[in-house]
Design a protein around this ligand. Structure first.
Ligand SMILES: [Mg+2]
Length: 267
């Protein structure tokens, strides 16, 4: 059976506003294995699920969510059980790491930088000294340089995980290991949770450079929905494999999936 992996921001909602047809689309997936996978490590899975339910996505539980913070914590635990870390990031990252390892500002094995609040002069100083003197490894939750946000109906560009880890890389000369899309780890953990493999997966996203590029590299089929930063009519980037579906909305994707017998036709 086909499994679906879905990005969230830009295909399901903008800010706190659900996109037209998105709750109905998710409802249609209910007979299939699916997961929401996000590069955003700021919110905990429970908070993400609540946000979705508040926007009208019925019955979404936190088991449906996989964040880059969770994937980071899982990767660190596999790499080094009982790891010590120094985290720079939001609550979702702190929460995920504290379930698997322990915070240790003196002897951290990993300096983990996540998208969101937390970076300041002191945390940067602590982090770079752990790397330069203590030999800690630099890890980033996600590579996005910027992300879109909406506040009071106004569009804002926020610094992404890639921008926030850059000062650590500049000061130490060390390149961060990155967990989120388009790197393979988040997808691999999603497939593991769904007990499936890449040829049986379809990744649905709004960003060619992360969602689509990463999934295509693993051999998944891909569906591009042009409701995020990438607009209808915009030319496809030459260096990224073309998606299997390229649509302007989720209702259009639902129609295409019905035609391809990937979703049952409605009576
Ligand atoms: Mg997105």
């Amino acid at each position: 059976m086909t499994s679906f992996l879905l990005d969230m921001d830009g295909i399901l909602y903008h800010g706190d506003r659900p996109l037209p047809g998105a709750p109905a689309f998710v409802e249609e997936l209910s007979g299939h294995p699916y997961l929401f996978i996000t590069n955003n490590p700021i919110r905990t899975p429970g908070e993400v699920a609540r946000k979705l339910r508040d926007m009208g996505f019925g019955g979404i539980s936190e088991e449906r969510i996989l964040t880059s913070a969770q994937a980071t914590a899982l990767w660190l635990e596999r790499r080094q059980p009982d790891f010590r870390y120094f985290a720079v990031g939001g609550q979702g990252l702190v929460d995920a790491l504290s379930r698997k390892g322990r915070q240790d500002e003196e002897k951290a094995d990993f300096v983990v930088v996540g998208e969101g609040p937390g970076l300041d002069y002191d945390s940067l100083t602590t982090g770079i000294n752990l790397i330069l003197s203590g030999g800690a490894r630099l890890v980033a939750t996600n590579p996005d340089t910027t992300v879109d946000a909406w506040r009071d109906g106004k569009h804002l560009v926020l610094p992404g995980g890639g921008a926030l880890v850059a000062p650590f890389e500049a000061a130490t000369g060390c390149k961060a290991l990155t967990i989120g899309k388009p790197e393979p780890l988040l997808y691999e953990m999603a497939m593991e949770r769904l007990n499936t493999s890449a040829p049986d997966c379809i990744m649905i996203g709004d960003r060619p450079d992360t969602d689509i590029a990463g999934a295509a590299a693993l051999g998944m089929r891909t569906a591009m929905v042009r409701t995020g930063r990438f607009q209808p009519g915009e030319a496809w980037p030459e260096d990224i494999p073309a998606p299997d579906w390229d649509v302007d909305s989720l209702p259009a994707l639902a129609r295409a999936f019905h035609s391809a017998n990937l979703l049952p036709n409605k009576p």
